[in-house]
Design a protein around this ligand. Structure first.
Ligand SMILES: Nc1ncnc2c1ncn2[C@@H]1O[C@H](COP(=O)(O)OP(=O)(O)OP(=O)(O)O)[C@@H](O)[C@H]1O
Length: 268
């Protein structure tokens, strides 16, 4: 169990997270959602121990994460950040090898287990064929799946993914969502991901935590959190529910938005 307890974070003199508390259930997939700038990435980075918080704490199995060494944290939590820079010439296999660092001694050669894990991670992420290619020669979507392979190679119980579907075309988005779902179902990984597509978040997560201006405004089962009324309110965009085959989807009422903005233009 991962618990966030009365967390406050200030960056550059600005209050980013305001006294937030929430729980991430072990072995479940939790979506962190909310409008741009609401504090989702900051919360993920604090959980990963990458950004300091001012007040409050993050408890991992009942113990504050600050009590874990950096190496110990890297064996427990892996994170795919939103943005990443890659040194020119680094191959996919080199990148995925980084995921094994927490498991290795300095300068120790790759063990059989390291190699097996790397192979498994690249196969799961569908990037085995790219293993010997330099990352910068891949498309944005292909590279994104290589980063996912690196995170998988780290083989932690908790995986944090910040907008993992960005850069991906619709088919690869669905593929990645299924990869992550399989990691949860087959290997019991606890997943916390930031997703902007609320339909993806709803269909592929068990729980959701919705942030607005640095505060948790709803949390719980996805069906309870994702009401059309709440989403319309939080995103300031009218949302309705539509039935497509056996699925109920959230759908922005684009005409209503454009009518409203036209109205505003006329008033101006
Ligand atoms: N290092 C920093 N210094 C100052 N302000 C920061 C810093 N990092 C983030 N912020 C600010 O904190 C707020 C929340 O940012 P954050 O990236 O956590 O939001 P987010 O919900 O993940 O947004 P998005 O959906 O756009 O990725 C933003 O207003 C951002 O400008």
């Amino acid at each position: 169990m991962l618990t966030v307890n009365k967390l406050t974070c200030r960056l550059g003199g600005k209050l980013i997270l305001k006294d937030i508390s929430c729980e991430f259930l072990k072995g479940k997939i939790t979506a962190l959602v909310g409008p741009n700038g609401s504090g989702k990435s900051t919360l993920l980075k604090i959980i990963a121990g990458l950004t300091p918080n001012e007040e409050g704490e993050v408890l991992l199995e009942g113990k504050g994460i600050k009590q874990y060494s950096r190496a110990d944290m890297a064996l427990r939590i892996a994170m795919l950040p939103q943005r990443h820079a890659v040194p020119v010439g680094l191959t996919v296999a080199d990148l995925v090898e980084f995921g094994r660092h927490p498991h290795r001694r300095w300068f120790a050669p790759l063990s059989t287990e390291d190699k097996e894990r790397m192979h498994w991670a690249m196969a799961e992420a569908g990037v085995l064929e790219f293993a010997d290619l330099a990352i910068e020669t891949l498309s944005g979507g292909e590279a994104q799946r290589c980063w996912l392979a690196m995170v998988l190679a780290q083989d932690t119980d908790i995986v944090l993914l910040d907008e993992p579907t960005s850069w991906l075309d619709i088919a690869h988005q669905i593929e990645l969502l299924h990869i992550v779902q399989r990691l949860n179902q087959d290997y019991g990984k606890t997943i916390i991901w930031v997703l902007h597509d609320l339909n993806h978040a709803q269909q592929f997560s068990h729980q959701a935590i919705m942030l607005l201006q640095g505060e948790v405004i709803a949390s719980g089962r996805v069906d309870d959190v994702f009401t059309a009324e709440r989403i319309s309110d939080v995103y300031q965009t009218p949302i309705t529910r539509v039935q497509v085959n056996d699925q109920t989807l959230l759908w922005p009422c684009i005409k209503a938005v454009s009518d409203e903005s036209r109205l505003k233009q006329q008033v101006l």
